[in-house]
Ligand binder design. Structure first.
Ligand code: ADP
Length: 238
């Protein structure tokens, strides 16, 4: 509802790489328990937005606020303690550690406050129980994505950023992960997803922000976005 205080506010965010402006005054907010999609053509700044919000990059301008507190420029490991975590397009587990050890590290490291989830329950829920004692290097790419998600969940995030988690999953896995994401949001977690699969985005999101050239060009339901001439143009005309 419009009365709900945003958990995340992004205000006129700017990120440059040399002379290139990747985020050019991006503003949006996310509410508690919301699944928000970031969509837009390749190079429009979606991953950069996730990287700045999660503390991988400091912004060059504008502000990011989490729970009303400015967080722009705070390092990602500190943001994990505050309750922000993310997954990566290409997961980077500790390859020589087992799946269980990877999750144990994350459990020990997480957001201060909240009840830690049980390790075995997490592994069961995300179908990693059968590979729990194998090195992460042995996992296939879908399993590595699940491990990356479980590592993020083990830190008890209140804001979870998912960067192309669904890419490369088969239809059954997609359906299953969509239900998991909706269930996490129903429990109060705010989730921001970057995905190229529009059917998946439509199924799981409450709202989308459409980016083009580092700015928001649309905010609202995906079904409404795809009827906007400006949105159609950036997807088809690019
Ligand atoms: P999207 O996720 O929407 O495909 P990105 O945020 O990955 O877009 O990239 C936005 C633009 O910023 C692209 O032109 C990309 O090449 C550039 N970019 C992203 N990260 C870096 C970086 N670390 N160094 C230089 N350029 C970058």
């Amino acid at each position: 509802s419009p009365d709900t205080k945003p958990i995340l506010s992004v205000d006129k965010l700017v990120k440059r790489f040399g002379g290139f402006v990747a985020l050019d005054g991006l503003s949006f907010h996310a509410a508690p328990g919301e699944v928000l999609g970031l969509v837009g053509p390749n190079g429009s700044g979606k991953t950069t937005a996730i990287n700045v919000i999660s503390g991988l990059y400091a912004p060059d301008g504008g502000e990011v606020a989490f729970d009303g507190e400015p967080i722009g420029g705070i390092a990602s490991h500190k943001l994990v303690h505050r309750g922000i975590n993310r997954t990566f397009q290409v997961p980077k587990p500790f390859m020589s550690l087992t799946v269980r050890e990877n999750v144990r590290v994350a459990l020990a490291y997480g957001h201060i406050g909240g009840t830690p989830p049980a390790l075995d329950a997490l592994l069961d829920e995300y179908r990693l129980d059968a590979v729990a004692d194998r090195p992460a290097a042995d996992l296939n790419s879908a399993q590595q994505k699940m491990l990356d998600l479980v590592r993020a969940l083990a830190t008890r995030p209140r804001l979870l950023l998912l960067d192309e988690l669904a890419a490369g999953l088969n239809p059954a896995e997609l359906h299953w992960i969509a239900e998991r994401i909706k269930q996490l949001a129903a429990g109060g977690m705010s989730i921001i997803v970057v995905e190229h699969l529009m059917g998946f985005i439509e199924h799981i999101t409450d709202r989308v922000i459409v980016l083009n050239a580092g700015r928001e060009i649309f905010e609202g339901k995906l079904a409404a976005a795809v009827k906007e001439p400006q949105v159609i143009e950036v997807f088809l005309g690019g």
